[in-house]
Write a protein that binds this ligand. Structure first.
Ligand SMILES: N[C@@H](CCC(=O)N[C@@H](CS)C(=O)NCC(=O)O)C(=O)O
Length: 326
């Protein structure tokens, strides 16, 4: 694991010394938007008009942030419009790699070995972490965005006129409710598990642990009367929570020490998770081999033996009975 400094790769773990053992996530730097007419989005430059075959998505199947983009690509019928390269699950001294002998598709565009080479193709003196997902523009040869929360918003509407898929996971009348839930879920749960797992001081870890489980309790309460996070309509907020929940019992409970309880032990969170898992097209975006292997094998300061646990055995296909709620 490392980062680029003026275009040079440096193998370096997160620096938690400056923040008393606390993990602080860097903001994504590349923030342009694909739009239906090519006009600029909320940030960045214009010129990224939605077109079939023009954009390429780089993902890890292990990564919860990249997973969101794969889910939207599926739900929004974008598979024939946006092709994908998948990195290997192991992220070691060279960061994300395209090793075809290790569960990667290879880099379909440039056939480079490392994801950091994709970042330096975009900007030869780039400085920052080399993260996935990345949305690449083949026409102008540059990165459109490396921020998953914005890539899913582009997928939600920029291509509708081409795909005729009008499913709206961020409908205008629910925007402010979705934004509120997203904010709560992001800080306390999506990023909350990382703040537990990457904490390097006991006090920092315990603080995040309490925050995380208080938040899960609050969501459990909400799901006793609401079928989904925002009332009775499935929205972006649900898919953003889903990618953390599906990794929770397999990885975060053990590897990130989020072990007050499992998602399986929450009656509503667990049945809600099963409903989302069983949603048409979703199970095929979930890859437990990549998920478990990535975390347990890559974070050697947490798991120096790199032994990957064999369990847990959970049947996400058993009935969810969520139609009784709401
Ligand atoms: N803000 C980014 C975060 C993406 C992110 O942190 N991805 C992780 C994988 S789960 C990564 O690539 N980490 C590499 C690193 O931090 O060096 C997003 O949501 O798109």
């Amino acid at each position: 694991m490392g980062l680029l400094v003026n275009g040079n790769w440096q193998d370096k773990w997160y620096d938690t010394d400056k923040s008393d053992g606390k993990f602080e996530r860097e903001s994504a730097q590349l923030r342009n938007w694909v739009t239906a007419d090519g006009e600029a989005g909320a940030t960045g430059s214009k010129g990224f008009i939605a077109e079939k075959g023009r954009y390429h998505l780089y993902v890890s199947l292990a990564c919860p942030w990249a997973h969101r983009t794969l889910i939207f690509r599926k739900l929004k019928s974008l598979e024939d419009y946006i092709d994908v390269s998948i990195v290997s699950p192991d992220m070691l001294n060279n960061g994300w790699e395209f090793d075809k002998s290790n569960h990667s598709t290879g880099d379909a565009l440039f056939d480079v070995k490392y994801m950091h080479q994709v970042y330096t193709r975009n900007k030869s003196d780039y400085s920052g972490r080399v993260t996935v997902p990345v949305l690449w523009d083949k026409k102008t040869n540059q990165i459109v965005s490396n921020e998953s929360s914005e890539i899913i918003r582009m997928f939600n509407n920029a291509f509708n006129h081409l795909t005729n898929n009008s499913l709206d996971l961020y409908p205008s009348e629910l925007k402010s409710d979705i934004d509120d839930v997203n904010d709560f879920v992001y800080h306390n749960i999506n990023n909350g598990v990382y703040k537990c797992g990457f904490a390097t001081k006991q006090a920092a870890y315990e603080k995040e642990f309490t925050t995380l489980f208080n938040a899960l309790d609050e969501i459990e309460d909400r799901l006793t009367t609401n079928r989904y996070l925002v009332g009775n309509t499935i929205t972006e907020a649900d898919w953003r929570l889903f990618t953390t929940l599906i990794r929770f019992d397999a990885v975060y409970v053990g590897h990130f020490k989020c072990n007050q309880r499992t998602i399986e032990s929450y009656p509503h969170l667990s049945s809600y998770l099963r409903e989302l898992y069983q949603w048409p097209g979703i199970a095929e975006t979930v890859d437990f081999y990549h998920i478990k292997r990535h975390y347990y094998f890559s974070h050697t300061m947490i798991n120096p033996t790199q032994v990957v646990p064999a369990g847990p055995e959970i049947d996400y296909n058993r009935p969810h009975n969520r139609h009784e709620i709401g």
